[in-house]
Design a protein around this ligand. Structure first.
Ligand code: PMP
Ligand code: G9A
Length: 406
């Protein structure tokens, strides 16, 4: 008998199972209304276009598209990506500042590996994207969480913490933020706070990792969606993007945009991880970008998600107890709920699943596993009918449990 645990590295102790991925196994095998994983609605995939492009790419460019390719990414794809980011996010970048990653999840892993030493201070929103916490955690940072409100991270609280850290002789390595339509809460950082955040980064000398995966999924045209990287004048922002939410997550196309000196370090790190992101998907995406397919599709995706958000928010207002607090996101894929009662949403989950509904308990989105009475509800994947049904089931369950615990 081999005792495998004796052979495992120290690092494995810090590898947490992702609640989202574990729930995905459950929702894939059971007939259930899933408000759990942040899956795009498959209706948004431009299947017809991609079928045609994939065929053309293999026929005309097969020798290159099926070959190994550079670690930073296929040149023609990075060129198209740079143009796309300029047109849609106002970013002016040289292709040497771009590292194409295997999903933006890999970007977070690369950033963790190249920037974090054990015990370094990493600041995150509380709550924040749980798989970012899991990627960072393996490098053993000390997390500090900053609370959020309807205008995103509370920058005044951040400032107080930075002052205190400085008085203790401590420095922050980087701050990770999802400024627009945040995962999990759906809130968006206000323009004043963006400006102040960058001033603080300068004053206290830390880097900012901007995760912009929902930056183009905003339904309310009046909201300012300027990336921090566009406002940044001093090169402190490392920008992370992805085509998972606006093209296809299965293609696994993410990217980091950073000053060349850093991009070169990220490239070295990626060489050891997977040599490069699949060449074929980069060729297909380059052609999709050239043909303007994503831009053509975006208004339709936004409208679809806006209408699903409306259905969810209305259903919550109708079916959940009155003192529950929930966000009304201007974009993205999630509504965040705080029950404001003595209910542990992790304990509630098996009961919800028994009744045919899944969600992600909020705890895992907190660096310190607080937020016991919170939950994240995805509205992009379920149909409007399922949203109405599922929220009703969940609302009734919450009311029952609240009553029985009184
Ligand atoms: N960042 C955030 C904030 C996300 O929500 C996600 C996916 N849910 C990712 C990164 C990773 O996405 P991908 O690897 O598919 O680009
Ligand atoms: O399937 C995944 O793990 C990606 C989704 C992320 C999320 O639900 O936040």
């Amino acid at each position: 008998m081999v005792t495998y645990s004796e052979f495992l590295s120290e690092a494995t102790k810090f590898m947490r199972a992702s609640e989202i991925r574990e729930l995905l196994k459950l929702t894939e095998t059971r007939k259930i209304i899933s408000f759990a994983g942040g899956l795009p609605d498959p209706q948004t995939f431009p299947i017809k276009h991609l079928k045609k492009i994939a065929k053309e790419v293999i026929e005309k460019n097969g020798a290159k598209a099926l070959q190994y390719s550079p670690t930073k990414g296929v040149t023609c794809y990075r060129e198209e990506l740079a143009k796309f980011l300029s047109r849609n996010r106002g970013l002016k970048v040289d292709i040497e500042e771009i590292v194409v990653t295997t999903g933006s999840q890999q970007a977070l892993d690369i950033i963790a590996r190249t920037l974090i030493n054990p015990n370094d201070i990493v600041i995150v929103e509380a709550p924040t994207y749980l798989a970012a916490l899991n990627a960072f955690r393996i490098q053993r940072p000390n997390f500090i969480g900053i609370p959020i409100d309807d205008n995103g991270m509370k920058v005044d609280v951040l400032e107080d913490i930075l002052k205190k850290l400085r008085s203790e002789g401590k420095k922050v390595k980087f701050l990770y933020t999802v400024p627009i339509a945040q995962n999990p809460s759906g809130v968006t950082l206000s323009p004043d706070r963006k400006k102040r955040l960058l001033e603080l980064a300068e004053e206290y000398d830390f880097l900012v990792v901007e995760d912009d995966v929902y930056g183009l999924l905003v339904f309310d045209a009046s909201v300012d969606t300027t990336p921090l990287k566009v406002i940044d004048k001093t090169g402190r922002v490392i920008y992370v993007g992805s085509f998972s939410k606006i093209l296809s997550p299965g293609m696994r196309l993410g990217h980091i945009v950073a000053p060349k000196e850093l991009a070169d370090v990220f490239e070295r790190c990626k060489q050891a991880l997977d040599l490069h992101t699949p060449t074929l998907t980069q060729y297909i995406a380059a052609e999709a970008l050239r043909k303007g397919i994503i831009e053509e599709n975006l208004p339709r995706i936004r409208e679809l998600y806006r209408s699903k958000r409306d259905v969810m928010v209305e259903a919550i207002a109708e079916n959940f107890p009155e003192n529950v607090w929930y966000t009304k996101p201007i974009g993205g894929m999630f509504v965040w709920v705080k029950l404001n009662m003595n209910i542990d949403t992790k304990e509630l989950l098996p009961k919800a699943v028994e009744r045919g509904v899944a969600y992600v308990p909020g705890k895992a989105f907190y660096h310190d596993m607080s937020g016991i009475d919170t939950m994240r509800l995805n509205f992009s994947y379920p149909s409007p009918k399922e949203i109405r049904e599922g929220i009703k089931i969940l609302g009734n369950l919450i009311k029952e449990v609240a009553k029985s615990s009184q």
